[in-house]
Design a protein around this ligand. Structure first.
Ligand code: AP5
Length: 214
């Protein structure tokens, strides 16, 4: 079972993925988190990807497809929730090949929709734990102790390097040019559900769960 979460930067994909993976018994695969782990580990892939991620551009398709392919090859009994992948038509076609190869089925593509101005506001107050990647929001989902992760008390929350306002605007234009076409592509395949991403995290979760269980 494979579920895809689509949507522009900051729309809430990572936040929802954490809850949905638990509810549906699938494993979250977030390509952004995977790349940031490579950058933090200063691996060869991380060195290659750093400039793309910091500037808000997409990491080349072949790098991403290799990374996700490795993850899917190792398999899991429940399936995967893909957060931030695919992001280009070439990646979507690559995913189709992987589904055939590993005998998995794409059961739904959820596209979260939030107006751009709300997303820019969300990202300016997003903070993340550099140890576990848990996402907070100073306005709507603050940590219990200011500036510290609830799960790793010693870890100071940080602002992501690509959350600077100019980079956020660029990430939006990249989304519109390269990823938004996938909305129509998946719609034409009868797999797409568009879900309003405004409201509380629980409200949005309820909407997403409803379309995936329909
Ligand atoms: P990635 O990490 O995937 O970033 P993104 O897609 O831009 O999405 P974000 O992580 O910024 O936001 P989100 O939608 O997960 O929102 P979140 O839940 O955090 O990718 C980063 C980079 O990696 C890319 O730019 C690219 O360089 C590279 N990359 C990754 N995948 C790639 C691929 N497939 N191909 C090529 N390159 C790739 O929420 C945001 C904030 O809002 C948080 O503070 C949260 O607490 C808050 N929030 C969430 N929900 C709500 C709500 N309902 N109400 C109020 N606040 C909320």
């Amino acid at each position: 079972m494979i579920i895809v979460l689509l949507g522009p930067p900051g729309v809430g994909k990572g936040t929802q993925a954490r809850h949905l993976a638990e509810r549906f018994g699938v494993e979250p695969v977030a390509t952004g988190d995977m790349i940031r782990a490579e950058v933090a580990g200063n691996t060869h892939l991380g060195q290659e990807a750093r400039s793309y991620i910091d500037s808000g551009n997409l990491v080349p398709d072949d790098v991403i497809l290799r990374m996700v392919g490795e993850r899917m090859k190792n398999g899991t009994s429940g399936g995967f929730l893909l957060d931030g992948f695919p992001r280009t038509l070439a990646q979507a076609e690559g995913l189709e090949r992987m589904l055939l190869e590993y005998g998995q089925q794409l059961v739904g593509v959820v596209s979260l929709v939030v107006p751009e101005e709300s997303v820019v506001e969300r990202l300016s107050s997003r903070r993340v734990c550099p140890v576990c990647g848990r996402v907070y929001n100073l306005a709507t989902q603050p940590p219990r102790t200011p500036g510290r992760c609830d799960d790793h008390a010693g870890s100071e929350l940080i602002l992501r390097s690509d959350d600077a306002p100019d980079t956020v605007r660029h990430r939006f234009s990249v989304y519109n040019a390269q990823t938004r076409p996938l909305v129509d592509w998946y719609r034409s395949k009868g797999l797409l559900s568009e879900v309003d991403g405004l409201g509380s995290v629980d409200d949005v979760l309820g909407r997403v769960e409803a379309v995936l269980r329909a």
